[in-house]
Ligand binder design. Structure first.
Ligand SMILES: Cc1cc2nc3c(=O)[nH]c(=O)nc-3n(C[C@H](O)[C@H](O)[C@H](O)COP(=O)(O)OP(=O)(O)OC[C@H]3O[C@@H](n4cnc5c(N)ncnc54)[C@H](O)[C@@H]3O)c2cc1C
Ligand SMILES: NC(=O)c1ccc[n+]([C@@H]2O[C@H](COP(=O)([O-])OP(=O)(O)OC[C@H]3O[C@@H](n4cnc5c(N)ncnc54)[C@H](O)[C@@H]3O)[C@@H](O)[C@H]2O)c1
Length: 489
């Protein structure tokens, strides 16, 4: 894959002074800088690669662009009348072309225009903390610039893949999620190692594009979701010909005689494939940032920097960490939410409206309070999983007197949506407060239902009031009424 050369640096002095320096111009860093600028402060973004980061070029956007055509085709096949009009299969070349348009062909000029338009400074290089409120940036050609921040430095450096300790892996030219989302050819056979969100989504995407996929999960696939939800996704994968092997661990990987990938499994069998995708999680990108030199490794706990809900790193009054780099919730929308809170807190602290020693108030604009118990996430497989808040187990582990109500998703709206619609829904209730603390939907096109649940959980809407939120007929949202009726309302 060719990544377009970054355009020439916008600024290249040796010394700079500004209000706030943001390291990393992924979606999260961009939002942090944007909020700081909206708060009336000067901001400089530092980025050695493409502005827009992982999500725009190698994660959310391309992976969803790879999945969407298969879902659209399956939706047409699922309805008598439109099914008859479907006479062909996915056009893999057209899908890849459409994917390329969603990554802007890995060209970040539009994002650079946005940065300039917001009045944010941009330095194209790799940054490292050189002292309190001081960052040294190294350009590709070895030149450097030192930037002093009057108020704050924000770490928005994202995350890096966590490789599994697998014998032989270093000798293999394998795919990570970057390669799997930007590939130009469909491998005939693909092994996917890691049954998390990335592995599951990309297994289905490539299977629908024509690969014979084997998905290896060391536990169950998507094991953070309740079993009925997982089973629906596994049935969807099986329909696409994905062979799912659960509770499996590889012993070794090697290059076979014909150049293929051979993987030995713990049951003694050996799998062969043309490509291997490793998607075994991600770790905050905090290496080589100079944290140790400043004694800030003391704030590290299991690879994460401890911070308050504004992102302010423990033991400092100037360093913030947001997004994947913070490692709290590795999702674009929550990272951007953290960035909005950090930006607001930096601006408020610069005006003396919020002290550095006191954490921001819960649910204030300076706090990412929802991260604790109201995080929405969608798994964009077909069928989809959409969840917000806690599972029953998490709620009970958090000391909540929780009950669950669950149902097959079978209402007039779902029957109309597609023939043989199969779905499942669950709500988790805090019995002492009679509010929802978690909601899960599984089924085709349930992702657009999720925000209703996010509002109910975040707003702590009492069940007796939720009863008056009447779902329109005939929509899939009618599942809300069925759940509340089953609960006893
Ligand atoms: C395959 C895949 C699919 C995903 N799909 C979704 C999805 O559908 N929805 C969702 O919400 N999330 C999804 N995610 C997660 C999402 O991609 C991340 O949560 C998001 O990209 C994090 O954004 P960020 O800005 O924190 O980090 P990044 O996007 O990684 O940006 C960090 C930036 O910091 C730069 N940087 C690193 N070190 C330095 C340094 N020293 N100096 C200056 N700059 C530096 C990097 O070059 C990079 O551009 C997906 C992830 C993967 C892997
Ligand atoms: N739709 C979305 O929102 C979306 C899509 C893709 C990724 N993401 C985010 O990106 C991040 C990275 O995704 P991911 O799927 O790589 O991470 P993940 O943490 O969701 O899943 C990693 C999987 O790899 C397995 N694993 C870990 N070490 C292993 C080993 N040594 N051998 C075998 N299996 C091993 C884990 O058990 C887990 O199932 C996640 O935090 C995820 O939330 C989000």
């Amino acid at each position: 894959m060719t990544v377009q050369e970054p355009s020439p640096e916008v600024q290249r002095p040796q010394q700079l002074e500004t209000d706030v320096v943001v390291l990393g111009a992924g979606a999260v860093g961009e939002n942090a800088a944007g909020r700081v600028a909206q708060g009336g402060l000067e901001a400089v973004l530092v980025e050695p690669n493409l502005i827009g980061g992982e999500c725009s070029y190698w994660a959310c956007m391309p992976s969803k662009a790879l999945l969407r055509p298969g879902t659209a085709l399956q939706a047409a096949r699922a309805v008598a009348g439109s099914r008859e009009a479907v006479t062909g299969t996915l056009d893999a070349a057209a899908v890849l072309q459409r994917r390329d348009s969603f990554t802007s062909h890995w060209n970040d000029s539009a994002q650079e225009d946005w940065v300039r338009g917001e009045g944010i400074g941009l330095v194209r290089g790799r940054g490292r903390l050189a002292g309190p409120r001081e960052v040294r940036v190294e350009y590709d050609d070895g030149g450097t610039v030192t930037i002093t921040a009057r108020h704050a430095v924000v770490l928005a450096t994202g995350s890096v893949p966590t490789p599994p300790p697998l014998k032989g892996l270093e000798g293999i030219d394998y795919w990570g999620t970057r390669e799997a989302t930007s590939a130009r050819e469909v491998p005939a056979r693909l092994i996917v190692l890691g049954g998390g969100v990335a592995g599951t989504e990309l297994s289905q995407a490539w299977a629908r594009l024509g690969s014979k996929v084997t998905l290896l999960a060391r536990h169950d696939v998507l094991d953070m979701y309740p079993e009925p939800a997982r089973e629906l996704v596994k049935a969807g994968l099986a329909e696409d010909g994905v062979e799912v092997r659960t509770y499996t661990q590889p012993d070794f990987v090697r290059t076979g005689a014909d150049g293929c990938v051979e993987m030995g499994l713990d049951d003694g069998s050996v799998l062969a494939a043309d490509q291997l995708l490793v998607s075994t999680g991600r770790t905050p990108a905090l290496a080589n940032l100079g944290l140790e030199d400043l004694g800030l490794d003391a704030a590290l706990d299991s690879g994460r920097l401890t911070s308050d809900d504004s992102g302010l790193v423990s033991g400092t009054d100037w360093l913030y960490v947001v997004g994947d780099a913070a490692g709290r919730v590795l999702l674009t929308h929550q990272g951007k939410y953290e960035a909005r809170a950090a930006g607001a807190a930096i601006a408020a602290r610069s005006r003396g409206e919020l002290s550095a020693s006191s954490a921001p108030e819960d649910w204030s604009r300076e706090a990412s309070t929802a991260n604790h118990a109201a995080v929405p996430q969608v798994v964009f497989t077909d069928p989809e999983l959409a969840m917000v808040g806690r599972t029953l187990e998490q709620a009970r582990a958090d000391g909540i007197n929780a009950s669950e109500t669950s149902l097959e998703l079978s209402v007039a709206g779902s029957a109309l949506h597609s023939d043989n619609y199969r779905g499942w829904a669950q709500m988790v209730v805090d019995e002492d407060r009679r509010v929802l603390v978690g909601v899960i939907f599984a089924g085709p096109d349930v992702s657009e239902l999720l925000h209703s649940a996010t509002i109910a959980v975040t707003g702590e809407v009492p069940l007796d009031r939720l009863w008056h939120a009447v779902p329109a007929y005939p929509t899939i949202s009618e599942i809300w009424l069925r759940l509340l009726e089953k609960y006893g309302l």
